[in-house]
Design a protein around this ligand. Structure first.
Ligand SMILES: NC(=O)c1ccc[n+]([C@@H]2O[C@H](COP(=O)([O-])OP(=O)(O)OC[C@H]3O[C@@H](n4cnc5c(N)ncnc54)[C@H](OP(=O)(O)O)[C@@H]3O)[C@@H](O)[C@H]2O)c1
Length: 344
């Protein structure tokens, strides 16, 4: 018997991608239920070659659902994830709401799948922030070999990371530049078209943004609490695909060649690193792909045991929807969940 899967936020960027990935990977689902807010009731969404009609979240009975992929923002997750879990569905939550709860595993399956064993405490598993997921994938195999001591990372994050309205804002502002129209900023604090913005999420007391703080705390929870990390998170006028320039200091020596070899063998990572024009991967090329790409691996002579590298990944896939579906697959493969008994 297959699983009954609910996708909350099915009309959004991440939710639509979840539906696509469930179909693409032939996830063992007997039924998929797309859910969103009341205003989207009846809106059609694609699931493989089928068209499904979206239902309203607050009209859904979860007692029959096995897995709920949650992607409707923190406020919805705060209220609904515990209610859904209480009805016996495992919740895989994309928001930041539950990531820092000690009783909620925060998982990138290739890195720390063993943490899933404790998911029953709350019945919720958290998906990391998009920029953390791709970084954790790259850091973990290098950490296993040479122990990461400190990371300095600058991100170049696409507008799809801020939802579908943010993508519309980049589109309409770009059009307005060419047609001499009005450039209105609603989702972003400044114009994003032909610009970049060194602020993602709100400011904290120490001057860092919450996005930067999330990368620190989440990397510690997923990879190793001893890793020191400092981030500068920047929004760039790219539709899909987050990029990161990463400097890593290790406890032990490691060469660029060795790092490339390790990363070539790492699950979920592909290395494209030719020392010629275009011999690296850009966000445009990683959109729609599952892998996190690493390029430009160099030895950093300014510190002891340092490497510098570039990595890009589709934020809607590995940074959100793909990782969530992989968590569900991992729960099934490890026999941590089974389908509820349903009347035939
Ligand atoms: N985008 C990324 O790269 C990324 C990465 C990691 C995590 N996330 C997280 O994933 C979540 C969704 O992001 P997104 O980019 O998909 O946003 P989005 O494109 O703005 O979509 C939001 C979705 O949530 C639904 N929703 C909003 N309020 C609701 C309510 N009260 N009840 C039910 N559904 C409601 C919306 O439904 P309507 O269409 O009916 O309003 C829509 O389907 C956020 O928590 C975000 O932080 C995103």
């Amino acid at each position: 018997m297959g699983f009954k899967v609910a996708v909350v936020g099915a009309t959004g960027n991440v939710g639509r991608e979840m539906l696509e990935i469930l179909a693409e990977r032939a996830f063992p689902a007997d039924e998929v239920v797309p859910l969103a807010s009341r205003k989207s009731q009846g809106v059609e969404v694609s699931f493989g070659d089928k068209i499904l009609k979206t239902r309203a979240l607050d009209h859904c009975d979860f007692s029959d659902i096995d897995i709920c992929l949650m992607s409707a923002g923190s406020a919805v997750s705060k209220e609904w994830s515990p209610r859904i879990a209480a009805q016996g569905a495992v919740v895989i939550d994309n928001s930041s709401c539950w990531r820092y709860d000690a009783d909620v595993p925060l998982v990138v399956p290739e890195v720390n799948a063993d943490a899933l064993a404790h998911f029953r405490k709350r019945g919720i598993i958290a998906n990391p922030n998009c920029s953390t997921a791709q970084l954790a994938l790259v850091l973990k195999p290098l950490h296993d070999r040479a122990k990461v001591r400190r990371v300095v990372v600058a991100t170049y994050q696409s507008v799809s990371g801020a939802g579908k309205e943010a993508m519309d804002e980049l589109f309409s502002q770009t059009k307005a530049v060419y047609t001499a129209g009005e450039i209105a900023s609603k989702k972003f604090p400044k114009r994003i078209a032909f610009n970049l913005i060194p602020q993602i999420d709100s400011f904290m007391e120490d001057g860092f943004t919450r996005e930067e703080w999330k990368m620190v705390v989440e990397t510690k929870k997923i990879v190793d609490p001893k890793i020191k990390l400092v981030a500068t998170c920047v929004r760039v006028p790219v539709f899909i695909g987050h990029s990161e320039a990463v400097n890593i200091e290790f406890e032990e020596p490691i060469t660029a060649d060795e790092a490339r070899d390790i990363l070539r063998r790492a699950p979920g990572v592909l290395v494209i690193d030719k020392h010629e024009a275009g011999g690296y991967v850009t966000p445009y090329e990683c959109a729609g792909e599952d892998a996190t790409y690493v390029s430009r691996v160099r030895e950093d002579a300014t510190v002891e045991n340092g490497l510098a590298l570039w990595c890009v990944s589709d934020n809607l896939r590995k940074g959100a929807a793909l990782n969530a579906v992989q968590i569900a697959e991992c729960l099934i493969a490890r026999k941590l969940i089974s389908a509820k008994k349903r009347a035939a």
